[in-house]
Design a protein around this ligand. Structure first.
Ligand SMILES: Cc1cc2nc3c(=O)[nH]c(=O)nc-3n(C[C@H](O)[C@H](O)[C@H](O)COP(=O)(O)OP(=O)(O)OC[C@H]3O[C@@H](n4cnc5c(N)ncnc54)[C@H](O)[C@@H]3O)c2cc1C
Length: 499
């Protein structure tokens, strides 16, 4: 693999077939697809890979049981097939996850309708869902979930989706791209783009080397997610909505399956995640800062209220919250209607010759979005390319060492691996995107100190850089619970760190 400077120089050396803006799941998917077809492709990311929405999702590979209720059969079929594809190409990032969906009298979620729905759901995966759906009577449900609010229960359906790790899916997709010759650089922004004869020219700014370079490309793929409407050639019109998740300890809610909780027409999830549980999510219009959306106290209260209504004896409070994250859904604009009703379909549009916007969609459908986008670019630029094999080729060429659904143990070897093989440059790159240690461990600030010491040794940071990294990390990770930089202190229940 080329080092960072060599990669950036190589991007500028001769015209690219494709320049991809944005190293989220969509840009990474395009970079993988294009590289595997033999195209000269580069992807640049203004911050860390996956630092946008693609590390802030519910981490589900799903057809979307909710969209089925809305009659969006085509969308559900497409996503259902893709969830099965991802389970084949990246089994380490797609475990079958059963969902129990309790139904109650007086709500719009009727048992008989859901029983038909989940059968259809299995069929829409081409009959090969990750597990077979079933249903339960109230007595069975009560035995299985004794803590569940029993008021008006009419039964439950049980169906299967997949659990993934969003940021790891981005990183492993990028590793696959790099293996096929894709050129990748994080902390490089696209500052300006303009037509350049038959091609496009982009001015890039390298935040590490603090220099500008110009690259030319036959086509530009705008995969900038929530930022996609910021370029002059873009015709993307977005309606951003914020979704928040909370992490609590597994001991606080005794569930084996993921549980669906309803609040009117909305659904929220209790998602088992190793020794933790993820609760979420919200869906509210957003017009704040795009770079680091955070969970407000009202978001946290809302999720806790819905959870405590479903599991009254659990009495979960803000003290139980280990961590939170908030993400922005880059939905295609529809000024009318509730946020949760806006379509999750994707759009691929060439707005000017050689400028392709790819927007909307979801994590689950990223591979298909990438295939369709690269097809479009190949046809426009008359590129000679091999056929797409992203649906059958495994993402990794060896068993995963430090990639999976739950975080790896904290170790120096893992940190070295992320620096040498996965483009980690800053403390947050390791603590958040590469590992999720920040979300999984209550004592993440102590872990961050140890990780920073290892990064100092490996990357040769001076004392000032070391301090800056810790300061930046604690600023970025302080949240609505008021965690502060000053919390670099010793706490109980410390995570085991192997050196
Ligand atoms: C709360 C929530 C829950 C979700 N849950 C699920 C789920 O369970 N399953 C599912 O399938 N989907 C889910 N989604 C949807 C899914 O997460 C998103 O559709 C997907 O991550 C969007 O990826 P993206 O690549 O388009 O955007 P991003 O991941 O945001 O990537 C865009 C990137 O472009 C970069 N960028 C912007 N401007 C520039 C520039 N000038 N130069 C260089 N780089 C630039 C940004 O820094 C960013 O990293 C969820 C979304 C949210 C918000």
């Amino acid at each position: 693999m080329l080092n960072r400077d060599e990669t950036i120089e190589a991007m500028a050396r001769s015209p690219l077939d494709l320049l991809v803006i944005g190293g989220g799941i969509v840009g990474s998917g395009v970079a993988r697809d294009a590289a595997m077809r033999g195209l000269r492709v580069a992807v640049v990311e203004k911050s860390d890979f996956a630092s946008g929405t693609s590390s802030r999702s519910s981490r589900l590979l799903h057809g979307g049981i909710r969209y089925l209720a809305q009659g969006r059969i085509g969308l559900v079929r497409e996503a259902s097939r893709e969830k099965v594809v991802i389970s084949k190409i990246a089994p380490h990032l797609a475990i079958p996850l059963p969902f129990t969906f309790p139904t109650r009298e007086g709500t719009e979620w009727k048992l008989w309708k859901l029983r038909i729905g989940v059968k259809l759901y299995d069929l829409l995966c081409g009959g090969r869902n990750l597990g077979k759906s079933s249903w339960m009577k109230p007595a069975e449900l009560e035995q299985k979930l004794p803590g569940l609010n029993q008021n008006g229960l009419t039964g439950a359906v049980r169906y299967f989706d997949g659990m993934t790790n969003d940021a790891r899916l981005v990183l492993d997709t990028l590793r696959s791209s790099a293996r096929s010759g894709g050129m990748l650089a994080n902390f490089v922004s696209v500052e300006e783009t303009k037509p350049f004869g038959e091609m496009w020219q982009a001015t890039l700014y390298d935040h590490v080397g603090e220099k500008r370079i110009n690259v030319t490309a036959k086509a530009i793929i705008n995969a900038a997610g929530a930022w996609a409407d910021k370029f002059p050639a873009s015709r993307v019109r977005l309606r951003l909505t914020k979704g928040v998740h909370l992490v609590i300890d597994r001991s606080r809610l005794h569930v084996d399956d993921a549980i669906v909780m309803t609040e009117g027409s909305r659904i929220l999830f209790v998602i088992p995640w190793g020794e933790r549980i993820i609760l979420g999510t919200t869906d509210t219009d957003y017009d704040g800062n795009l770079d680091n959306p955070t969970a407000d106290a009202s978001d946290i209260d809302y999720i806790l209220d819905v959870t405590n209504q479903s599991f009254p004896s659990a009495r979960i409070t803000t003290d139980d919250v280990i961590s939170t994250w908030a993400g922005l859904r880059p939905l295609i604009a529809d000024p009318n209607g509730k946020p949760s009703d806006i379509s999750r379909a994707h759009e691929i549009r060439m707005t000017e010759p050689g400028w392709i916007d790819v927007a909307g969609g979801k994590l689950t459908t990223y591979r298909l979005m990438a295939e369709q986008t690269v097809d479009r670019a190949i046809t426009f630029a008359k590129l000679s390319a091999r056929k797409c094999e992203t649906d059958i080729a495994p993402l990794l060429d060896a068993p995963p060492k430090y990639s999976g659904i739950t975080p790896p143990p904290v170790s120096r070897d893992a940190v070295q691996h992320f620096i040498e093989h996965e483009w980690a440059l800053h403390l947050a790159d390791v603590m958040i995107r590469r590992t999720s240690w920040r979300y999984y461990h209550r004592d993440h600030l102590q872990i961050a100190q140890q990780v920073a010491r290892w990064m100092k040794e490996i990357l040769g940071w001076d004392d000032e850089t070391f301090r800056d990294e810790l300061d930046t990390y604690s600023r970025q990770t302080s949240n609505a619970r008021g965690e502060e930089a000053s919390e670099f202190r010793t706490a109980g229940n410390e995570t085991k760190v192997s050196t």
